[in-house]
Each structure stands twice: as C-alpha cells, then as structure tokens.
Write a protein that binds this ligand. Structure first.
Ligand code: ADP
Ligand code: MG
Length: 418
C-alpha cells in the first residue's frame, strides 16, 4: 500500500445529527452507512438500477439494435462535497475494505481495491472536464442490493449513481447536468479508467430508463428511445450457477468471427458497414463464400436484428405472446448458430417455457454463463418459479437464484441539503 491511502475500519463513529426520514430501504441504509462512517449527513443522493438485456444478442458491436430494461434493484449513493481534498469511499458490498481514503491530488498514483476504480473513474472524468472546484474533497457511501459481476450491470449502476450524486453536489452545475453528460462520463469512466471496452447499452439503459418502458438502443448511431412494456408484463431473472468470470469466455473470438464475416461479405456487397444491417436474402446469397464459423455467426446476428424488429412490433401491437416467442427464438439461435449458450442456460430456458405464465425466455448478455431472462405475465408466481428451480436443481445439484422485476426507472439524483 502506498502513502496517501488510508483504510479506516468499518466501525461507526458517533452520530449527533438526525438521520433523514427513510423514503426507501436503500436510501435509509445508505444514509446510516454515510453518517456512521463520516459523522455528517450527506448532501446528495442518487439511485441507479441494474439492467437486463431483453433481446439483441451480440448485435451491439455489429451495428445493430439492443433492447434493455432497468431492474427494480440497484445502487444507492450518498455523497458530501468537502473542502479537504480527500476522497473517502465506503461500500456495504465491500465491508472488509472499510473506508478507503485517497486524495484528489494523488488518487491516480495511489493503490486502492479494484472496485474503487468505478467511483474514482467518474471523479477523474469530472476533474478532467473542469467540474471539480479547487480543493474539493468527497465522502461517498454506497449501498447496493444488486448482484455484482453477474451481467446485470452493477458497474454501470455504480458509475451512474456516483455521477448523479456528484453533479448534484457540485456548485453551479445544475443547469448543465444532462442525462447525456452523466451517461458519457460513466461510459468513459468504465472504458478509460477501469479499462473495460464496453458498448453504450449498460450506461444508456441505467441512465435513461423510464418506469414501465424498455430502452431501445441503436448501436450504429448510439441513439436510444423508450418503448412501453404493455401492462401486466414483467421479467423473471434466473441466475445460473456458472459465472462469466469462471469460464474462459470466447467473446473476443466471436467478435473476430463477426469481423471476418463482414470482411468476407464486403467483397460482394459493397458499402455494408454493419453485419447486423445486412438483409437476410443477401446473407443467403453470399454465405457460401464464408468459412463455416463466420457464416454461422453472421446468420445469428442478421436474424437477431430482424427478431429485435419483430419483438418491438409485437409489443407495439400488444401481442405479448409473439414478443415472448422472439425471445425464445433468440435463445435457440444463440445455441445453434452463435454457440454462446451452455446446458445450464438451455435448461433454464426450457424449464421456464414449461410454465404457463412464461411467454418466452433467453440467455441475457454475452452468454457462456450468467442469467436467463423470461418475459412473464402477472400470473407468474413463486410456485412456477419453484418448479423451474426444482427441475434445474435436479439436473445440476445447485439451486438457481431468481427474482421477479418490473421494467423500472433509471437514474434519479437529488439534493438533500443546501
Ligand atoms: P456487472 O456490471 O455485470 O455486475 P462487472 O464486472 O462489469 O459486472 O462489474 C462488477 C464490479 O463493479 C465489481 O467487481 C466491483 O468492482 C464493482 N461494483 C459493483 N457494485 C459495487 C458495489 N455496490 N460496491 C462496490 N463495488 C461494486
Ligand atoms: Mg458491468
């Protein structure tokens, strides 16, 4: 550990001021954590949800469309702007680290636990853009009820909650806090400071979601818009016991195969810039020039883009069954053509689809582990979820975690005290 970094234990110091009235359990707990660790009240708070990829599998880096939904779980941040030039961070998810302390002038050289890169990355972006007043310091408490590292974007939720609470606290920034700026800062923090070259889906959904709506992102322009999820529909999430981190994810290999497919087809169809935008008839006409794997990957991507379109029109027309069928077809294509499923995810999809209130299900995110998302009606209940978990447990001897979520609102931030 280098100088400049201090770890103050996780034990509370005395509190001699009132704790704010609880508006939500997360807000209440983060306020307690903040006041216990920093012996003062927070100035601002923010809440950012996790997100699930509803449909649009590996379409993002192929210039296609992805549809996501914000979850009813997320990351709550309480923050105070100080004038001592120090940065103090504490998270309920990392109790062993206690309060991590560094300073605005040395954080780039200091050592800190890996998770601090996400809030520090946001602070770094704000600093580079001249938003931090001279001598400013920050006390930040984080409380989350979102599973971490399971493809539900706890990282983007953390970045956006920190960004929202930070910009709310900065003097004279009220007029300039736009959603676009916060999303850009969070995305840059993850790409540049954390070093994760992710696309814009995570931050866009977390930042822009509206309750009862899905977020549709066109990855060729990075433009997004909301689409209403018809009443009576929601999602059930089932987490396989295979985590992305435990498998040697062939993500880069798939990207390369998609690149090869595009390059191979460009010779015959001049001007195509994005694999996802290819017409299926053109793919049929020229697929034989491609090697087997690039050809199969292209088939998945080109048809997935069409399925996204079909899914959105089905929702528009209120045909929830057709929308669910698109999700299941997406999974089938992942399994057969993109080779990014595994037996655990196939089983969760199969068992989910045996339940009457499930309209469709698919692997969500990159694949090779992680979660399955099912589109469900209001009739989906614990009994049906238990039947899915029982069948999975019988096969794999591990019980999956599950929860039901509505399509929730995105980032909120507010000033608590002047
Ligand atoms: P995902 O975004 O799918 O959850 P990532 O690997 O992109 O997975 O991000 C997970 C990382 O984000 C964690 O390893 C941790 O460093 C950080 N993180 C997320 N939530 C929290 C939290 N509540 N407290 C501290 N760190 C967090
Ligand atoms: Mg992430």
């Amino acid at each position: 550990m280098q100088s400049g970094l201090l770890r103050l234990g996780f034990t509370g110091v005395g509190r001699d001021f009132p704790v704010m009235a609880p508006e939500s359990p997360l807000f209440f707990t983060v306020t307690l954590l903040f006041s216990d660790q920093f012996a003062s009240a927070p100035m601002t708070r923010a809440h950012a949800p996790g997100r699930v990829e509803v449909i649009g599998n590996h379409t993002d880096y192929n210039g296609g469309t992805v549809v996501g939904a914000a979850l009813d779980r997320g990351v709550e941040v309480a923050l105070r702007l100080t004038s001592d030039g120090r940065v103090r961070l504490v998270s309920n998810a990392k109790p062993a680290d206690g309060v991590v302390e560094t300073s605005i002038s040395t954080y780039a050289e200091d050592e800190w636990p890996d998770w601090c890169a996400y809030p520090l990355g946001v602070i770094d972006e704000a600093r580079l853009r001249g938003f931090l007043p001279a001598g400013a310091g920050l006390d930040i408490a984080i409380h989350s009820d979102l599973p971490i590292g399971t493809g539900l974007s706890s990282s983007a939720a953390l970045e956006l909650a920190v960004a929202g609470a930070l910009f709310e606290a900065l003097p004279d920034t009220n007029a300039s806090i736009s959603r676009s700026l916060l999303i850009e800062i969070a995305h840059r923090a993850e790409n540049r400071f954390v070093g994760m070259p992710c696309g814009l889906l995570d931050q866009t959904v977390v930042g822009r979601a509206r309750a009862g709506h899905l977020v549709v992102l066109d990855a060729s322009t990075n433009q997004s818009h909301p689409i209403r999820l018809p009443d009576g529909l929601g999602f059930a999430l089932f987490r396989s016991h295979i985590s992305h981190a435990l498998v040697d994810s062939p993500y880069e290999v798939r990207r390369d195969e998609c690149r090869k497919a595009l390059m191979g087809l460009e010779r015959f169809i001049p001007g195509i810039r994005h694999l996802a935008r290819l017409h299926p008839a053109d793919l049929d006409a020229y697929a034989s020039v491609l090697e087997t794997r690039p050809s199969l990957r292209a088939r998945h991507v080109v048809h997935e883009q069409r399925r996204v379109g079909a899914f959105l029109s089905a929702l528009h027309q209120g045909d929830a069954e057709a929308a669910g069928a698109c999700m299941t077809a997406s999974h089938e294509s992942s399994r057969a053509f993109f080779d990014n499923s595994i037996p655990e995810l196939d089983a969760l999809v199969q068992f989910s689809n045996q339940q009457g209130a499930v309209l469709g299900a698919r692997l969500s995110g990159g694949g090779w582990g992680g979660s399955v998302v099912a589109l469900v009606t209001d009739n989906f209940d614990t009994k049906q979820a238990d039947a899915i978990c029982d069948a999975y447990e019988e096969l794999f001897e591990v019980r999956p975690h599950w929860w039901r979520t509505s399509a929730s609102a995105g980032l909120v931030h507010e000033l608590l005290t002047a």
